[in-house]
Design a protein around this ligand. Structure first.
Ligand code: GLY
Ligand code: MN
Ligand code: MN
Length: 437
């Protein structure tokens, strides 16, 4: 781990050196983790999440921390440990990462100035602009777009250390998924399944990278369903579980979805699930350097259309169905997104490090990744098939609706939907699936 981390820091230093070369007037960069912001007239704050570019340097997720990066020098970690008897302010320092930094421990960010070089030639990355202003950093060097574009773009390419973290986050999440599946099959409620997931991973909710989606039956059609109902199924009448849940290790995320159908479920739904599982694995197998992520997305839409025709959910030929964009009624989201320090990691629409864009195509506005695949990119592959009344109902009496099998759709709607999501890495000549170990 120590060596992997040291290599990670060496790569990051090189990357930052190249990024800083894009700014004529900065010799270094101060990256701030952020601050906690309490609710109005309260001492309570939403859960804190450190600024992504800070998280890449240190496995620390705490407010008011900073790293100072200057080409050719060791990075400096300005560690703030407040004097406080309300909360535990200790920040554990582990050998495997601490050796890569000069560490200066302070009581507050007000002490940063004494440890910084000339602020007129220092760039600042972070959300607390007032801190930068207070330090005398010029406005034009606060989150300069040329620097952020470069860093956002290259964040898609993971170092070996980052891949190991995401791999570990996958291994841990899979334990939770196994526990969640058993709980569902035993008739557990969404709440029970959620707790089984956390217990399986031995984590608390704030350690999840996003609000876990634990949806039984019709709720599986709500893409980011957030509630956890208490209704149990002692009679085993619950039919479908869609659980989308990950973990976070040293600031790196996993993002895995599994759909389980109870044995004996409607045969058409069972076939739809098996078909979607096969499509998902074929999409994963398509991954290799040089292809566009857009091609994987379009392949998903094509294969979903073919499956829906085979199962007689769509009643026309493939060409007509594709022209009418019928698959979009069943899978309105993109086939996946970049993954890393953020569950929807940055840079998915960047065409180059200069900030030029390749936006989502008009027919798939929610596609979060349009990048050409290169070795060591990590992203999700997550096709879905849902019965979403808000999308289907308006289509009933339209050109699109003419080609849909409404009695079958109406019969399956109470089963909600399906999503299967893995996290994959592009290798030199193919793909490594980090979620199937
Ligand atoms: N868990 C959110 C997503 O899959 O994008
Ligand atoms: Mn995802
Ligand atoms: Mn997900």
């Amino acid at each position: 781990m120590k060596e992997l981390f040291a290599d990670h820091i060496t790569s990051l230093l090189k990357r930052y050196e190249q990024a800083l070369a894009r700014l004529a007037d900065a010799d270094g960069v101060l990256i701030h983790s952020g601050r906690e912001e309490s609710y109005y007239a309260d001492d309570q704050a939403p859960p804190f999440r450190a600024f992504g570019h800070f998280c890449q340097w240190l496995p620390v997720d705490r407010p008011q921390q900073a790293v100072l990066i200057r080409p050719g020098r060791r990075p400096v970690y300005l560690q703030v440990v407040a004097a406080d008897f309300w909360y535990d302010q200790e920040i554990a320092i582990a050998d495997w990462w601490a050796g890569a930094f000069d560490i200066v421990t302070l009581r507050s960010s007000a002490e940063f100035a004494a440890h910084l070089p000339a602020p007129e030639r220092l760039a600042f990355l972070g959300e607390q602009r007032s801190l930068a202003a207070g330090l005398g950093i010029p406005e034009r060097l606060v989150n300069p777009p040329a620097l952020l574009h470069y860093l956002d773009y290259w964040r898609a390419s993971k170092t070996a250390y980052e891949i190991a973290q995401i791999g570990n986050a996958n291994r841990l999440a899979l334990k939770g998924h196994a526990a969640a599946r058993s709980c569902f099959l035993e008739g557990g409620s969404e709440y029970d399944i959620h707790m089984a997931y956390l217990g399986g991973c031995e984590i608390t909710e704030p350690q999840c990278p996003y609000t876990s989606i634990v949806a039984i039956d019709a709720k599986a059609a709500i893409l980011h369903y957030q509630h956890k109902r208490h209704q149990r199924y002692p009679d085993k009448k619950s039919q479908v579980l869609l659980i989308d849940a990950g973990t976070r290790i040293n600031n790196y995320c996993s993002d895995i979805t599994r759909t389980t159908a109870r044995p004996g479920i409607d045969i058409c739904f069972e076939s739809l699930l098996r078909g979607m599982e096969a499509i998902q694995q074929r999409l994963v197998a398509q991954v290799r350097p040089g292809i566009s992520y857009l091609d994987i997305h379009h392949s998903a839409l094509q294969q979903i259309t073919e499956l829906a025709i085979t199962l007689e959910l769509i009643t026309c030929q493939v060409d007509t169905a594709m022209a009418l964009k019928l698959a979009g009624l069943f899978m309105p989201h993109g086939v996946g997104h970049l993954l890393g320090l953020q569950v929807h990691d940055v840079g998915g629409h960047l065409a180059a490090a200069d900030g030029s864009l390749r936006p989502a195509p008009e027919d798939s506005p929610f596609l979060r990744n349009t990048r050409t695949l290169t070795e060591d990119m990590v992203f999700t592959i997550e096709p879905g098939f849902y019965f979403i009344p808000m999308l289907l109902e308006p289509a009933r009496n339209t050109m699109q609706g003419q080609h849909l099998n409404w009695p079958l759709i109406d019969a399956l709607s109470s089963l909600g939907g399906i999503r299967i999501e893995d996290n994959v890495r592009v290798t030199a000549d193919g793909v490594e699936n980090l979620s199937r170990q």
